[in-house]
Ligand binder design. Sequence first.
Ligand code: PLP
Length: 517
Amino acid sequence: MEIKYFEFLKYLIRFNRRVYLDHNATTPISSRVLSKTSRALKYHYGNPSSFYGAGRKSAELLEDARQHLAKAIHANPSEVIFASCATEANNAVLKSVTAHFYPQRKKIISTPIEHPSVMNTLAHLESQGVVVEFCPVDDKGRVLLAELEKQVDDDTFLVCCMLANNETGVIQDLKAVTKIARGHGALVLTDCVQALGKIPIDLHAWDVDYATFSAHKLYGPKGIGALYVKQGSPFAPFLHGGHQESGLRAGTESVHNIVGFGAACQDVEKLLADAGRIRALKGQLIQRLKEIKPDCVINSPEADADSLPNTLSVTFPGVDNAGLMGMLDFRGIAVSAGSACSTGEDTPSHVLKAIGVSDQAARETIRISLGHDTSAGDIQYVARVARDYIEGRTSYVNMLAPAQLNESILFDEKTFILDVRPPDDRKRAKGLPNSHEVNPLHVERYLKQFPRDKQILVYCPGGGLSVMISYYLKAQGFKKITNLRGGLDAWRKRRSDLYEKYAGQNVTVLEADKENS
Ligand code: PLP
């Protein structure tokens, strides 16, 4: 009896443990920040533009928050503009500076490892005639300064270089980048989203013109970002409307979120003081992973000065990252891949490509990003689960290679095809014939409709989400689960003949079970 109870406890501990290691995607809000944000939301509802007391109080809170952020980045409060997110801030700078200089000067130089909010804005500007060039990086993602020196010329109006990369954690020498840009009168934008709270930031010392930030990467609320515009650097509003933010960003300020952002910035010193502990945990993890898989490749720079303390990009040759992530998720561990999966692309990450990682190796790469809530026990747990998977000690979900998905499987009576693509992706492309569509956000509401005696073939756009759902189904007692590796995108590429012939045929949309909702 006692032994059974002990086994049950072990089961609970095993399957209830939650280890969040995706802090570069977003961070949990800290309890102090949450309490300040909630208080502001509840009590300080006055519009900061109103002159009466409630409005003046909100305006005062905004100014306090502005000061906290300015202090954390070594800037003047008058140089800080709040925006809805860093994506908006990056868009605003790139478009505003272009409007100021183009066509007198035509060129922007950036790096090939920027965040999509920069990359896609640059692609848009290029379509409008701006010349966009990317400065090469080395195999760890460090900008080759000698190459940058050669590229920057009198036609260049902006150099755009992130301070720290979200996928590998590589840190750039911003001071050196700015010096080169200044040599030709070019301005500098740096995306500091991943750096704030992880490494010291001194914008005045580096002499950059523009920098961008996001609260949810440093234990603050989501949906609030900020922009630093150096005194005197050109900037025109991105949104037209009221006179908020000194006329530079129209729209009633999100007071509670800005208060939360300010509160998070007050913790920056404390966060920086914890960076050494986090870096030591990362070191332990690297050591364990190298013991488990000696041929694993660390893509993040190993020198402390070159990489964020919390970020680790690692490739496990021969281990499909979707399968590994699915197993980690099944055991309560959140990490991310170098490639976008659930968003519907089967293409390897542009960052990994830029540092010379092959397409195959990119599909064997995961990103682990630690945070202030990460403990040594968490690291041991992750290493143990990863070891069990890599050494083949855990039961796998079967993986079907896209080339193997042929008519005999598509039309097999004993196969139940389960489409777990998000609704937007279904608009983008037709699915496999004979699919059963469910809403992937609550698969538990359809379980009764899934046959237990058939092989269930699960697919999503890129093969990431479906593998997580496959593991979930295994945990629910479904024995015959197969996941389509690389998802629909990969299959479309390999078997375009079958896709053209059968896609979208005989699709059933399943109704969610109301009892379970
Ligand atoms: N820049 C970098 C480097 C990021 O990592 C992110 C978020 O993932 C962003 C910009 C966009 O931030 P936001 O979510 O505030 O738009």
